[in-house]
Design a protein around this ligand. Structure first.
Ligand code: SF4
Ligand code: SF4
Length: 431
C-alpha cells in the first residue's frame, strides 16, 4: 500500500499507510512475549480479526433501479448557453422575457471574468493558452458533426460490427465503449448553442454508441487549479476526435452517424453512457465508471447502423456508497452538491447539483474546477490495490462504510490540492 501511494505521488497517503503498520503490532507482541493467558489473548485477537473480515464480506442485497427522466432538458437553459446571452441582443431580450426570474442571477454570473479569462483566480498565460488551444481544436472538428453517408450501403453482421466498433474505439483511445438504444430522454429538447440554436431536436437515430476516455489522475489532483482545465480540455479533444473518427467510419459504410462533441451535443452524455452499461450516475451528477469513477470524459455517436445493444447491469452499490460518502459535497467550493438524499425532481428521484453555483465558480477561478472529481474515492488510479477495494465496495455494504473511513484516513476528508507540476511553471516575458 505504501509503495502504491508513492507511485501515485500520494505523499499524505504514504505517511498514513506507515501508521497502519501498528495494526499487526499486538500480534507481534503476543508472539514474542510470554505472559499468563497468552493463548486466550491470541484466540480473542484472531477471532476479532476473522469476525471483522467476515462482517465486511456480507453481500448487499438491495436492488432498486433508478428511474429514467420524464422531462427532456432544454439546452437553451443550461449555464453554458445562458452565458452567451449578451445584454442588448435579441437573444437576451427573448430569453429573459420568457424567464425574467433568471435575469439578475445570470447578469451577475456574466459580470465575472469567465472561463479561461485573464482576470480569474488561477490565470496562467501559458497553461490557459494550452487549454484554449484544445477548445479551438474542437471547434475545428465541429465541421464533421454534420455530413452525409456514402451512397453504397455495406451489409454487415450487427454482432461483428458492434464488436469491431468497440475494439476500434478502444484502439483509438477509448477506455470503455458501450451501445444502447437511443431514448427520447437522452436528447435535449431544443439546441442551445451554435448555428442550430432554438431548433427542436427530434429522434433521428436508433442507436447510441457511448465511450469514455480517462483523465489523468495527477493533472486532476491539482484541481481546481489550471492543470485540471488543461486536462479536461485535452480529453474533450480526445473524445471529439474519437467520436468524429467513428462517425466518419460509419458514414463510409453507408449509414448516417452524428458525433456529439463539446459545445455540439444533442444528447446528455452521462445518461447515454449509463444506459450503454458504462457506469452509474453519482451524487455529483456525473457518470461513475467501475474502474475510473468520474475521472472520465464521455463521447457519443448516434447512428442508424444496425448494432447489438449492451445489457445494462444496474449497480446499486454506487448509489449506496454516495449516500454515505458525500466527500464531493464536503469539498465543493461553491456548495453546489447536495448533502441530502435523492429528491423528486421533474417526477424522478435523483441527485441534482446546482449548476448555476458551479458555473459561477468557474467564471471566478477561470478553470472548470473539477475538485469533486479529484477527491471522489472512485477516482483513484485503475490498479490492483484500488480495484480490490472497488470489488469489495461493490459487493459489501459494511465494506462501503469501512472504505469511506479508510479513504478519509488515507487521503483526508478534504484532500489538499496537489502542487502544479514543475514542468508547467514557465517564466513569461523574458527579455
Ligand atoms: S465523492 Fe463520494 S458522494 Fe461524491 S460522487 Fe464520489 S462516491 Fe459519490
Ligand atoms: S466542479 Fe467544483 S464547483 Fe462544480 S460541483 Fe464540482 S467541486 Fe463543486
Amino acid at each position: 500500500m505504501s509503495i502504491v501511494s508513492l507511485i501515485e505521488k500520494e505523499y499524505f497517503a504514504f505517511k498514513r499507510s506507515i501508521l497502519l503498520l501498528i495494526i499487526p503490532l499486538p500480534f507481534f507482541i503476543i508472539g514474542l512475549i510470554d505472559f499468563p493467558l497468552k493463548n486466550l489473548f491470541t484466540i480473542i485477537l484472531l477471532s476479532f480479526l476473522v469476525i471483522s473480515i467476515l462482517l465486511l464480506l456480507i453481500p448487499s442485497l438491495k436492488k432498486t433501479k433508478p428511474e429514467n427522466p420524464k422531462v427532456r432538458i432544454d439546452e437553451r437553459d443550461i449555464p453554458f448557453s445562458r452565458a452567451k446571452y449578451i445584454k442588448g441582443t435579441k437573444l437576451y431580450e427573448n430569453y429573459y422575457n420568457r424567464f425574467p426570474e433568471k435575469k439578475i442571477k445570470d447578469d451577475n454570473i456574466r459580470s465575472k471574468p469567465g472561463l479561461l479569462n485573464k482576470d480569474t483566480l488561477y490565470y496562467d498565460k501559458v497553461m490557459f493558452a494550452s487549454a484554449k488551444a484544445s477548445f479551438s481544436t474542437i471547434e475545428g472538428l465541429s465541421k464533421f458533426v454534420k455530413g452525409e453517408e456514402v451512397e453504397e450501403k455495406t451489409e454487415l453482421n450487427p454482432i461483428e460490427i458492434s464488436n469491431y466498433i468497440k475494439k476500434w474505439g478502444q484502439h483509438l483511445g477509448a477506455h470503455t465503449v458501450g451501445i444502447t438504444n437511443l431514448k427520447d430522454y437522452h436528447l435535449y429538447s431544443y439546441t442551445g448553442r451554435g448555428e442550430d440554436y432554438g431548433k427542436k431536436i427530434t429522434k433521428e437515430y436508433k442507436y447510441a454508441i457511448a465511450f469514455t476516455v480517462e483523465m489523468d489522475h495527477l493533472m486532476y489532483k491539482c484541481a481546481p487549479k489550471a492543470p485540471s482545465v488543461m486536462e479536461s480540455a485535452k480529453k474533450y479533444v480526445d473524445a471529439a476526435t474519437i467520436a468524429v473518427q467513428l462517425s466518419l467510419f460509419i458514414r463510409n459504410l453507408g449509414y448516417p452517424a452524428r458525433p456529439h462533441i463539446d459545445a455540439n451535443y444533442q444528447v446528455i452524455c452521462p445518461l447515454v453512457a449509463r444506459d450503454a452499461g458504462l457506469g452509474e450516475i453519482g451524487r455529483m451528477g456525473l457518470l461513475i465508471t467501475p474502474k475510473l469513477g468520474p475521472r472520465v470524459r464521455i463521447g457519443v455517436i448516434t447512428t442508424n447502423l444496425p448494432l447489438i445493444t449492451d445489457k445494462r447491469n444496474y449497480d446499486p452499490s454506487v448509489e449506496d456508497f454516495c449516500k454515505i460518502c458525500k466527500k464531493c459535497a464536503h469539498v465543493c467550493p461553491s456548495k453546489a452538491i447536495s448533502f441530502d438524499d435523492k429528491k423528486i425532481i421533474n417526477g424522478v428521484k435523483r441527485w441534482q447539483i446546482n449548476w448555476d453555483k458551479c458555473y459561477s465558480l468557474w467564471c471566478t477561478t477561470g478553470t472548470d474546477c473539477g475538485r469533486c472529481i479529484s477527491v471522489c474515492p472512485y477516482s483513484h488510479p485503475n490498479n490492483f490495490i484500488h480495484n480490490i477495494v472497488r470489488f469489495f465496495i461493490k459487493h459489501s455494504k459494511l465494506f462501503r462504510i469501512f472504505a469511506i473511513s479508510m479513504d478519509d484516513f488515507m487521503y483526508g476528508k478534504n484532500p489538499i490540492s496537489a502542487s502544479i507540476p514543475k514542468w508547467m511553471t514557465v517564466n513569461k516575458n523574458i527579455k
